[in-house]
Design a protein around this ligand. Structure first.
Ligand code: F6P
Length: 324
């Protein structure tokens, strides 16, 4: 029989579509198991500054389909200090909260690990980031929606690129990871994809661009934000090599973080929300609930953060083969 009676949930770091579905799942699973549930506003900042409120089943009604996070999110400087974490712990104790669910990415889990190390508080994480850059889960909450947003945008760019016989360099999000670029590149028929995990062979890309010219009038190069050079520099290099090409750059930016979550993200968030609360009740702590090959798995925070998901070279090869 678990000692846990009161659980709080927060979202932290960059928001991602599906976080609301995750909050809803956590709150309702807790209530289903007879617990008292709380929400913390503005991530760890809210923990430090006591922005904690009780939540019931009704307070999460009609949010499963909404992007963003109703609890709001932040990157907290105060929580990075010991004094900040101590205040956060005292606030939790004042409310009688004996466990936490945190939804976010690597920064969120780094903070959670430190908090557990210093204070006696069980925490389970849920992977919420559009970047998909965590180990211990095949997909993070928000990634599917983000790549579908990119696909939708690039399809539109393709229409105008085709009409004007242009080359478009499209920069997508992914500070340290090319996973958004890679999948969206394959599904939009991009002629090349540049990602931070791989060194760019500019000669090969220029040859590919030149070669594909006889088969198509528009060409799309997808560049991950974390690529060493970024979209503008890549466009300049193309212009240097082919001054006669009509080149444009489109930086998609934060539209990739918003919007209604896809069915995939809603189901993923719902499954992991149930797993997070039930994991705590089973006595788990310091782990992230993820989905691997369709099954819920728990991975220690340290392992989830030290991700470097191997880039699937089958996927980069597919871009090359199909770019003819
Ligand atoms: O959510 C992850 C991410 O989208 C990164 O790919 C990107 O670099 C970063 O967030 C930007 O976040 P912000 O604008 O909130 O600093």
């Amino acid at each position: 029989m678990s000692q846990i009676k009161n659980i709080a949930v927060l979202t932290s770091g960059g928001d991602s579509p599906g976080m609301n579905a995750g909050i809803r799942a956590v709150i309702r699973t807790g209530i289903y198991h007879g617990l008292t549930m709380y929400g913390v506003r503005r991530g760890y900042d809210g923990l430090v500054n006591n922005e904690i409120e009780a939540m019931d089943a009704k307070s999460v009604a009609n949010i499963i389909q909404r992007g963003g996070t109703v609890l709001k999110t932040a990157r907290s400087d105060e929580f990075r200090t010991y004094e900040g974490r101590q205040r956060a712990y005292e606030n939790l104790k004042t409310f009688g909260i004996d466990a936490l669910v945190v939804i976010g990415g690597d920064g969120t889990f780094t903070g959670a690990s430190k908090f557990i190390e210093e204070f006696d508080i069980p925490i389970i994480g849920m992977p919420g980031t559009i970047d998909n850059d965590l180990a211990g889960t095949d997909f993070t909450i928000g990634y599917d929606t983000a790549i579908n947003t990119v696909v939708d945008a690039v399809d539109k760019i393709r229409d105008t690129a085709e009409s004007h016989d242009r080359v478009f360099v499209v920069e997508v999000m992914g500070r340290d990871s090319g996973l958004i670029a890679l999948r969206s590149g394959i599904s939009t028929g991009a002629e090349a994809v540049l990602i931070p995990e791989l060194n760019v062979d500019y000669d090969a890309i220029m040859k590919r661009l030149d070669k594909s010219r006889s088969n198509k009038s528009s060409r799309i190069i997808i560049v991950a934000e974390g690529d060493k050079e970024g979209g503008l520099v890549v466009a300049d290099k193309i212009k240097e090599n082919f001054p006669h090409y009509d080149v444009r750059v489109s930086i998609l930016g934060h539209i990739q973080r918003g919007g209604k979550p896809t069915c995939m993200d809603r189901v993923l968030a719902s499954r992991l929300g149930v797993a997070a609360v039930e994991g705590l009740l089973e006595g788990r702590r310091g782990e992230m609930a993820g989905l691997i090959c369709g099954q819920v798995e728990y991975t220690p925070f340290e392992k989830a953060i030290k991700h470097i998901k191997q880039v699937n070279t089958n996927l980069t090869r597919i871009v090359e083969i199909l770019s003819l």
